[in-house]
Design a protein around this ligand. Structure first.
Ligand code: NAD
Length: 455
């Protein structure tokens, strides 16, 4: 099939690359000329394991191309995916300007019957607005509205995106209950058939339910995390170990183990904005989502949990102290710094006068941009932040080491060498990576989340 992808970010690139890999002819379009230049030069503008190889082999095979020319891209696709960003607007609702701009481009240049796919995470009712926008443009060209808008939310996880896309748990297809909608459904089923060979994974539903499903999924996962974080804080007060509790409840199949890890808060490009957008949808409908109000409030507090522990240990004024930070990305195997808890912690340490030396295996470039943005106008704070390329350099001679992301490389350090590297043997672990007893035996003072502290 001829497929067009609008938006070459995490979702668009993975979708385009994986669909070309099974034989489709895919053209990816982005308004960001520098991004397209990187892709045309054989580079990949984001870090996602396995993506570079898939893009390279399909470009060589002539099945995958990149362009900034909307006309070429849109005329190419029988199926056109909208995979642009939907960031939070000032009031928390999803900002649909990029989605609607993509819809206008589609209406301007599409030819023949086209399946338009909303891949971006968008509020209930957006497919309708996308359809109206396309129809307006077609009317200006005196063309028949020969298209159908399908809601096909994406559930991939950054860091495991290729695996998630090619072996999905489910493929949600929200289609209209009319002739073009049925035709669009058949096309989408054919497009995804190679990922469905062993069992049928497509879930067909109405468009609005499909749009809602994505928000419901992210809201549920965020709820589990905030629930465990709140229990972790209580566990510390009452002398329980949240990790033992996690195993105790996760073994119940009604609960399961996923998303029960206590930590220093969730971040990323999806959970925070999607929780806000769903709350906003609820307010607009005259209903409060009280559980979700608490989920985001708990998360905002949890992002400061390590700052509170550091202040309790070293005092309010951190002037003259240096903290090493391991991990900046919001989670491992990605360079994504959007809403990363490390941004909150590091800004707080710098505001209290500390120096910070930070390391991340792949996010240093994104981190540099993020901190330059967060600390704009505060050259003094920025001058006290050093990003280093070596994990151990971020531990060398520091007053305490803080772990913010659960990268594999951080999981089993040589504790004795680490102890000697640190000026003071103190570790604050925002991801509960280490065994508190092993830390105690090595003589490292150890503070983690919801577990006993030693030292
Ligand atoms: P991203 O910010 O990485 O990429 C978006 C891209 O769209 C950018 O390259 C931008 O230049 C481009 N763009 C913006 N307006 C455009 C236009 N009018 N025409 C062409 N290109 C345009 O975003 P992302 O992380 O890939 O997310 C995309 C959508 O998918 C969002 O709605 C997000 O909520 C959803 N989603 C993301 C993930 C994830 O893990 N990142 C997972 C599931 C769903």
């Amino acid at each position: 099939m001829n497929v067009t992808i609008i938006g070459c970010g995490y979702v668009g690139l993975v979708t385009g690359a994986c669909l070309s890999d099974i034989g489709n002819d895919v053209c990816c379009f982005d308004v960001d000329a520098s991004r397209i230049a990187v892709l045309e030069g054989g580079g990949v503008p984001i870090h996602e394991p396995g993506l570079r190889e898939i893009i390279a082999r399909n470009r060589t095979a002539g099945r995958l191309s990149f362009t900034t020319d909307a006309r070429t891209a849109i005329a190419h696709g029988d199926v056109i995916f909208i995979a642009v960003g939907t960031p939070s607007d000032e009031d928390g609702s999803a900002d649909l300007q990029y989605v609607l701009s993509a819809a206008r481009e589609i209406g301007r240049y599409m030819e023949g019957f086209t399946v338009v796919v909303d891949k971006s995470t968008v509020p209930v009712g957006t497919a309708r607005r996308v359809g109206d926008t396309i129809a307006e443009q077609l009317a200006l060209r005196a063309m028949e509205p020969l298209f159908s808008v399908v809601s096909n939310p994406e559930f991939l996880k950054e860091g495991a995106a290729i695996e998630d896309f090619t072996r999905p748990e489910r493929i949600v297809l929200g289609c209209d209950d009319d002739v073009p909608g049925e035709r669009a459904l058949e096309t989408m089923k054919r497009l995804y058939a190679p990922f469905n060979r062993n069992r049928e994974r497509t879930l067909h539903m109405d468009v609005r339910s499909a749009e809602f499903t994505k928000y419901a999924a992210n809201a549920m996962l965020a709820t589990r995390i905030s629930f465990m974080n709140e229990l972790a804080n209580l566990a510390e007060r009452v002398g329980a170990d949240i990790d033992a509790v996690r195993r105790g409840i996760g073994s119940d199949p009604r609960i399961g183990y996923h998303f029960l890890y206590a930590g220093c808060g969730y971040g990323g490009s999806c959970f925070p904005k999607d929780v806000e957008a769903l709350k906003r949808t609820a307010q607009e409908s005259g209903q409060a989502l009280r559980i979700l109000e608490a989920v985001s409030a708990v998360n905002a507090t949890q992002k400061r949990v390590l700052e509170r522990k550091i202040v309790a240990r070293f005092g309010e004024d951190l002037d003259g102290l240096t903290f090493g930070v391991w991990g900046l990305a919001f989670k491992p195997e990605t360079d994504d710094m959007r809403e990363a808890p490390s941004r909150v912690l590091i800004a707080a340490l710098l505001a209290r006068g500390a120096h910070v030396v930070a390391f991340d295996p792949v996010a240093l470039g994104e981190a540099k941009r993020a901190f330059e943005f967060d600390l704009r106008g505060d050259d003094d704070a920025l001058s006290r932040l050093t990003l280093v390329n070596d994990q151990m350099e971020a531990a060398q001679g520091v007053d305490a080491l803080v772990v913010m992301t659960e990268w594999k490389a951080f999981k089993s350090p040589d504790l004795r060498s680490l102890r000697h590297l640190l000026k003071r043997p103190v570790i604050f672990d925002g991801r509960n990576l280490y065994d508190p007893l092993a830390m105690a035996e090595t003589g490292i003072e150890y503070h983690s989340i919801g577990r006993p502290s030693f030292g």
